[in-house]
Structure formats: C-alpha cells, structure tokens
Ligand binder design. Sequence first.
Ligand code: FRU
Length: 488
Amino acid sequence: MKDELKKAREYEREAQKRIPEGEKPLFHVTPPIGWMNDPNGFSFYQGKIHLFYQYHPYTRDWGPMHWGHSVSEDMISWEMMPAAMAPDQEYDRMGCFSGSAIEKDGKHVLVYTGVSKQNMPDGTTEERQNQCIAYGDGITYNKYEHNPVITGDMLPEGCNRIDFRDPKVWKKGDTYYLVVGNKNKDQKGQVVLFSSDDLENWKFETVLAENTTGKIGTMWECPDFFELDDSYFLICSPQNMKAEKYKFHNGHNSVYFSGKYNENTHEFQKEEAKLLDYGLDFYAPQTTELPDGRRVLIAWMKSWDANMIPDDQIWQGMMTLPRELRYRNGILLQSPVAELKNYRKNECNIENQKISGRVQLEGIKGRILDLTVEIKAGEFDCFGIELAHNKEYTTTYTYNRKQGIMEVDRTYCGVTKDVVCQRTWKLPEEGENLKLRFIMDRQSIELFINEGEQVVTTAICTPQEADEIEFFCDGIATINVEKYDIIL
Ligand code: FRU
C-alpha cells in the first residue's frame, strides 16, 4: 500500500475516537473524521451495497481528495470501511475526484477523475482532469498501471480539458458506457459519452446533452444516465445557476432531464430541466440499480456555500437517506428506501385531530423519527409544524394554503454563521390532502411530500434536547399523525 493511503487509514482510525458519542447521525452516512462531499461508487458488489465519497480526513474542510468508504446490507445500518484511495500518483496528485463503480469479472472497479498539473510549452502549468480506474475486492483497491484511461485529448476540439470530471459508468449488453461532466467552448455545461469493451480502452461517442438555452448553469458536475419506467433520465449538478421563481435557489443545483434515447445513434432528446430537491442541502446525487431492480439515489446532504456545523465539530458532511425512484405521469417520485420500515419502533397514531392555535400532541416528539402528517379538511390559510423545537430552537415548516406554497425556515436551528436559512417552493397540486413525511436524524430533516412528488432536504445543527414538535394553525385544520422512532 502506498504511504499516502496508509497514513490516511491510520489517521482516521485514531482521530475518529475524538468524536463524542451520539454526535453523529444514526442512519445517515458520515466520514470517520474530517470532510466529506459527493457520493461516489454507489454500487452493489458481492452481497453488499458500497458507498464511497469525496473525503479529506485531515481537516473538516475540503482538501486533496481521497475516497472514503462505507458498506451496508440495507442502506440504513452502515459500516465504516478504511479509506479506499488517496491522491498518491502523478496523475491524481491533486485529488481523486468523483466517480462511480461497477463489477467486472468478480472485481470491483472504481472509475474516477485524477486531477494533476501539466507542464505547458511556455513554462506555465495547467490543471488536467482525466479519467482513471482502480481494481479492488471491496476493501483494497489498486490503481491501474496504465492510468489515465480517458484523457482530454480524446475529446473533440473545443471541449474543455480542465473541467472534465465525474465519470458514471454502466454496462449495456457487452459494452461499458460512461458519461462525464464537461464544458463546451462557450464555457457552458455539457455531458459527454464514451464506450468501451473492457473498461481500459475507451472511445468518444458523442456529446449526450448540453446547456443549449444557456440557463442551466456553467459546468455540469456529477452526471448520471439511466433508464427508468420506460423513460431515460440524465441527472447532473450544474454550477452557478440563477434562481427562477420558486426553483433553482441553491446556486449550485441538482437537476434531472427526462427524455427519449436512441441506443444506436446515442441521441438523447431531453425535456426541460427539473429540480430534484427543493431544500437547502442537496448536491451531487448518484444512483445505482440494485439486484432487485430498484433504482436508488443518494446525494450529499450539504450545500457548498452553507457551513452549518458548530465550531467544535471535527467532521463535516452527511449523505441523504437513499431514495427509491419511480416515474409516474411525468413526475419523478422519490421515496425513502423501504428498508427504513424495519427500524420503526414505538408507533404513535392520532387520527382526525383538530389543530387550532398552537398545540403539542401527546406522544408526538423526538429527534430520530419517521413522522407523517396528513392535512385533511379544514378552514385555514396557514398551517405549520415546528420540529427539533423547544424554547430556544426550532425549524419551521409553514403551509400557506391560499398561495399553494410551503416554506422551511431554520433560522433558529442553532446556526451561528450567516448562512441561508429559508426556502419557499410551490406545492405540486392545490386542493388535495397534503401528506408530509418527515425523516429526522440528529442533524437533518428530509421532507417527502405526497408520496415523493417533491423532496425538501435540510441540515440542522440543533442540540438533541430540543425534541418537541409543535403544530400551529390560524383557523382549524384536521390532521392525521403517524410517528415512529427510528432505532438501530
Ligand atoms: C462536486 C465536485 C465534483 C468534483 C468533486 C471534488 O461537488 O465539485 O465535480 O469531482 O466535487 O471534490
């Protein structure tokens, strides 16, 4: 093993002991220590689900990228594995950037971006991003001796060679395919497609999709491409996007395009970009297909621009709960993986409860929860729920019925920095019962609306003793409430 990786493994083993018991989330993936961003290499291999991620063990801020590693049998209970890769080669000296994984001939193959500096003829240096592979057995990964396997010279004229990253690989028939994020000559985002028979020798196929309207940000990071329920989907995370009315508020957003794909010509006719998540903390999602056919998505539960964590916390970054995807009537539905139900305990059910003014309900409290609130009939304009709440702290969800909008506000969740705390979004359909399913862990709230038509993901930093739940209504609302504690 190279020294860099050995050093990282030794460091993480010791340093994680300094994290206080009960500080980390219970069922959301976190790094052993230090910094985490994008999910990488989300894949099923030898009976387990593997999740790698962008990782800098030595500080709680971004630094030269390693790949951290966790495994699970059910995507709820995760086991931390030793770091899988460190930036220890000439071609990845500046970082092992995001990528994906696939099984080939019994081996687990990681496909990632190696970032390096190249000496230019005029004596200056320029960054280069190239695609590399590593072969492994689920614990130890050896980088391929002829890396990189895809370089910028293989791109057509005009394609950017510095912003060329985040390969997502899959297999169709006997052929491997891979999409990579890239920029065109006008500095607009695009996704390029390559093919290979063996993962080592690649051929450029086409520009699969590009930012033709100019409105979908600059660089398209972390692309993913897959078929689901008779449609094709391209997911990517465009940087620097402008907000439009109630959408795309995060600057760096994560979007999907549904569309038709011709497997022979590799033409993808995409529909308009739609937002994947309306919350404050969601980026760089990646999907995988499980052996049972489910398409599952996981994302980094943080925004690049918001630093939420308390000053004394020595790790930073979490993953979302994995979500099952379905496509129905033109809507991409996302729901918590079914396995979460296996950990639901202490059921508390209340039906036809009238809410007027401010109330707390017997048995409805806690911080690690699966909580569904269904708003049925009522005479009101405004209904809301305060979570992770006590006299000092709260995160508020407000439903404004007349306007058909909802808002999350974490101003009082404990933040001590000037970070964005509020988002407003337009609800899917007016007039219907609204079903709100909140999945809460120690430092997050993920809201699934109406069986996953919309998802709103938000990190919080509220002390665990703030465990009350309060309902409020300016008229009278009738609700059903179902609460379970999540216990591992
Ligand atoms: C997205 C991203 C990727 C890159 C990685 C570096 O969040 O910028 O494009 O590979 O993070 O850590």
